[in-house]
Design a binder for this molecule. Sequence first.
Ligand SMILES: Nc1nc2c(c(=O)[nH]1)N[C@H]1C(S)=C(S)[C@@H](COP(=O)(O)O)O[C@H]1N2
Ligand SMILES: [Mo]
Length: 319
Amino acid sequence: MNIIHRRGWEIPESALTPEHFFFNRRSLIVGAGAIALTASAASAQRASDVPDPTADLYPAKRNAKYQLDRPITDEKVNGNYNNFYEFNSSKNVTAQAEKLPIRPWTVTIDGMVEKPQTIDIDTLVRKMGVEERHYRHRCVEAWSMAIAWGGFPMAKLVELAQPLSSAKYVEMKTLQDPKNMPGQKQTWFPWPYTEGLTIAEATNELAFLATGAYGKPIAKVHGAPLRLAVPWKYGFKHIKSIVRFTFTDKRPMSYWEHLQKSEYGFWANVNPQVPHPRWSQATEEVIGTGNRVPTQLFNGYGEYVADLYKGLESERLWA
Ligand SMILES: Nc1nc2c(c(=O)[nH]1)N[C@H]1C(S)=C(S)[C@@H](COP(=O)(O)O)O[C@H]1N2
Ligand SMILES: [Mo]
């Protein structure tokens, strides 16, 4: 059992981080598994009754450059084990997430750019085009999955924005909609969920904006209609349901950093040798398999990203 010894701000302990729920919840999830799967199959069915205007783009052609070392996590298993605090802080958010309206949806690009704009998601997706990529996903809570994303390289969005040479970072924000995202009524959380990357990271070939998953438009529980995938970083960097990209010369303060700076920082690159203050990061539970496997440096993506961090050794790169 994980007991929190340190309080952050005046947040109640029960709301502090997702991680302390995790080990206690495992037995509950296994026990309730059969019921949860039935309920979510029904809600997935309801969601698919509403035609997605980009559905014809999926399944997209796979980019086979990015290979997995493990099978893709079963879609239903993945859709029943999620972190999406805008709905609630359990792993069981699918039913609530299904009710989120995702059209109309606009994406605003602003800040230090040549081309500030607000663009409709369907126009954006067609302009960018979509491909399929198979990526590992490693949550800071020491579990992992493997996912078939659909979407486009974030570099394409940066190109659309044309950042000024003075811009160093891109800050991203999730939709703010407390009526449909009941977790946002808990005002002690720093809503909206915010994340950031350096422009060098955002234009790295691995940085991906997911608009699809499992050969279809991305499910709401995974962050429809637009969600980040940066597989060399811990899962909390993978901001869901994005509405804004702001280019800036100031390092963004992310949601988790704001809540608990001692545990979650800006860079959050995966490193098995740097433990979280409350648990080891040496291994990970591969959800849906019952296996624990060793965690890899940069989640196994070092050949693509290690160079980004040369000369930054004095920074807190790993959590
Ligand atoms: N807006 C928003 N984005 C979010 C989160 C969240 O609570 N809200 N949780 C993060 C965490 S901790 C993880 S591990 C991943 C989980 O994505 P998945 O549920 O699609 O596996 O989403 C990330 N993105
Ligand atoms: Mo996570």
